[in-house]
Design a protein around this ligand. Structure first.
Ligand SMILES: *[C@@H]1O[C@H](CO)[C@@H](O)[C@H](O)[C@H]1NC(C)=O
Ligand SMILES: *[C@@H]1O[C@H](CO)[C@@H](O)[C@H](O)[C@H]1NC(C)=O
Ligand SMILES: *[C@@H]1O[C@H](CO)[C@@H](O)[C@H](O)[C@H]1NC(C)=O
Ligand SMILES: *[C@@H]1O[C@H](CO)[C@@H](O)[C@H](O)[C@H]1NC(C)=O
Ligand SMILES: *[C@@H]1O[C@H](CO)[C@@H](O)[C@H](O)[C@H]1NC(C)=O
Ligand SMILES: *[C@@H]1O[C@H](CO)[C@@H](O)[C@H](O)[C@H]1NC(C)=O
Ligand SMILES: *[C@@H]1O[C@H](CO)[C@@H](O)[C@H](O)[C@H]1NC(C)=O
Ligand SMILES: *[C@@H]1O[C@H](CO)[C@@H](O)[C@H](O)[C@H]1NC(C)=O
Length: 424
């Protein structure tokens, strides 16, 4: 017991002073900009108290002492030898890329070198070209971030390359094309430099560059306008006079916001295109579009069709157009223009035939007239607003006679009113 104590005492005596761990060596340490790093330097026996120690940094081939009170490291370095005297490790906080370099820890004549590498922000996908597609009116996130999202990036830039001049123009939310339309998120997540562009226009398409010190990334943004569905084609649509017709015209993505589009009708004789307006002209109060609900749906609804509405319609957006041939079927009468000779006997009934060649057509208006001393006197007229399965003009005029004009007229009115009841 005594012997053991004696040996221990001798041991302590011999190891008096600090033997520097890793002395004479070069340690490589890497850290991230914005973070902190502990540069290790301690005595093999941490209970020893070194009489002298110093921390120096290599500055262009001269070793400069690190000062806690002034210069580059002011308020950013910390020692722990108060608690553990043999541990003179140095903690450097709020690292910047300039902190990288060789550090020398000297303790009683022995020293060790620490080679510190401060990593900036090596961008994810750096050096690559990313292709991103978005739609006009929408928004797009151009991704750009450090491989480590905690990295604090002091300076970075978003630029757009002008394809004709090849000059790079800085993107600013304060002025120019992107005013109030761009947003960044590096406040929350310092290494996330992604750019959000809102209210996209086709002019926003192009090459964007995200650049940090030593690393850059190119993003090719394509802003799709509205390439119309069935563009360049000719659609044939048939509708009936008095009815309505939906002329289809829409973007493949119904969410696409289309800034300007036009509906025009082509005059077949002059080949001039005339704009269709619900405010004036032939289509006044008869046309309707639905792009309020579904911005990419530019379809045109024409109501109360007349035969004159037939023709070539053009739906045009920037860079794309579509032609629709509308045929409005009216009621071309069977035997029209002819004179039919019908003979009947007094007291009997007679059918005066008059019907559309296509019996599914409902004429908007009709009238029956009788020749009365060389003037055509209207004896009956009406209008029909709903379609009907049967050809309502083929009505047997029973118990009427061409010779008892008043009876005939009365009967005709009854038939018409009965017919209208059926139709409604
Ligand atoms: C020296 O002190 C620092 C800070 O307290 C600590 O993180 C480190 O582990 C210590 N080194 C040793 C070898 O104990
Ligand atoms: C991006 O688009 C360019 C040009 O359109 C093309 O050369 C490149 O291969 C595309 N890259 C990817 C990853 O799709
Ligand atoms: C590219 O530069 C030319 C000349 O300065 C300019 O007229 C044009 O508007 C620029 N294009 C874009 C997309 O900024
Ligand atoms: C960057 O921030 C944006 C917006 O908050 C987010 O959508 C995106 O996922 C973030 N990127 C990464 C890599 O975290
Ligand atoms: C549409 O009608 C035009 C002319 O009547 C014709 O040339 C064309 O082939 C038709 N198209 C279709 C898809 O039916
Ligand atoms: C076509 O143009 C001619 C000459 O301007 C005009 O008389 C005619 O009414 C037009 N046709 C249609 C269907 O608008
Ligand atoms: C466009 O809107 C009309 C009217 O609401 C609708 O009938 C039509 O189906 C829509 N077109 C598309 C492609 O959604
Ligand atoms: C109908 O009668 C008129 C006059 O009587 C006559 O001129 C005409 O040819 C007749 N039409 C037919 C189709 O029989």
């Amino acid at each position: 017991m005594l012997l053991t104590f004696y040996l221990l005492f001798i041991g302590l005596h011999v190891s008096e002073g600090c033997t520097l761990e890793n002395r004479g060596e070069v340690l490589n340490i890497a850290a991230h900009a914005g973070g902190s790093v502990l540069l290790p330097c301690y005595c093999t026996d941490q209970h020893t108290t070194p009489e002298r120690f110093s921390w120096k940094k290599d500055n262009k081939d001269t070793w400069e002492e690190i000062s806690i009170e002034s210069g580059q490291y002011r308020d950013r370095v910390q020692l722990f030898n108060g608690h553990s005297p043999g541990n003179v490790s140095l903690l450097i906080s709020h690292l910047t890329e300039e902190d990288g370099g060789d550090y020398q820890c000297s303790v009683e004549g022995a020293h060790l070198i620490i080679r510190l590498t401060v990593k900036g922000c090596p961008l994810e996908n750096r050096g690559e070209v990313l292709n991103i597609t978005a739609h006009t009116g929408g928004s797009v996130l151009l991704p750009c971030y450090c491989t480590d999202l905690h990295t604090k990036v002091k300076t970075f830039r978003w630029k757009k390359q002008n394809r004709s001049t090849h000059k790079q123009e800085e993107i600013s939310s304060e002025s120019g094309q992107y005013r109030d339309r761009v947003q960044m998120f590096n406040g929350h997540s310092p290494g996330n430099l992604s750019l959000l562009i809102s209210h996209l226009t086709e002019e926003d398409g192009g090459d964007y560059i995200c650049a940090v010190k030593g690393s850059r990334l190119t993003i090719k943004l394509t802003v799709k306008g509205c390439p119309l569905e069935n563009r360049g084609e000719v659609l044939n649509i048939t509708a009936h006079a008095g009815g309505s017709a939906l002329l289809p015209c829409y973007c493949p993505d119904l969410h696409t916001k289309v800034k300007t589009f036009r509906w025009k009708k082509q005059n077949r004789s002059t080949h001039k295109q005339e704009e269709i307006s619900s405010e004036s002209g032939q289509y006044r109060d008869r046309v309707q579009v639905f792009n309020g609900h579904s911005p990419g749906n530019l379809s045109l609804l024409i109501s109360h069709l007349t035969e004159e509405d037939g023709g070539d319609y053009i739906c045009a957006v920037k860079g794309s157009r579509l032609t629709i041939i509308l045929t409005v079927k009216g009621c071309p009468l069977e035997n029209r223009g002819e004179v039919l000779n019908i003979t009947a006997h007094a007291g009997q009934s007679v059918l005066l035939p008059c019907y559309c060649t296509d019996q599914h057509i409902t004429p908007e208006t009709f009238s029956w007239k009788k020749d009365n001393k060389d003037t055509w006197e209207v004896i009956s007229s009406g209008s029909v607003s709903t379609e009907t399965e049967f050809s309502w003009l083929m009505v047997t005029l029973q118990e009427t006679s061409l010779y008892s004009y008043h009876t005939w007229l009365k009967r005709m009115e009854e038939i018409i009113s009965a017919l209208l009841k059926v139709l409604i």
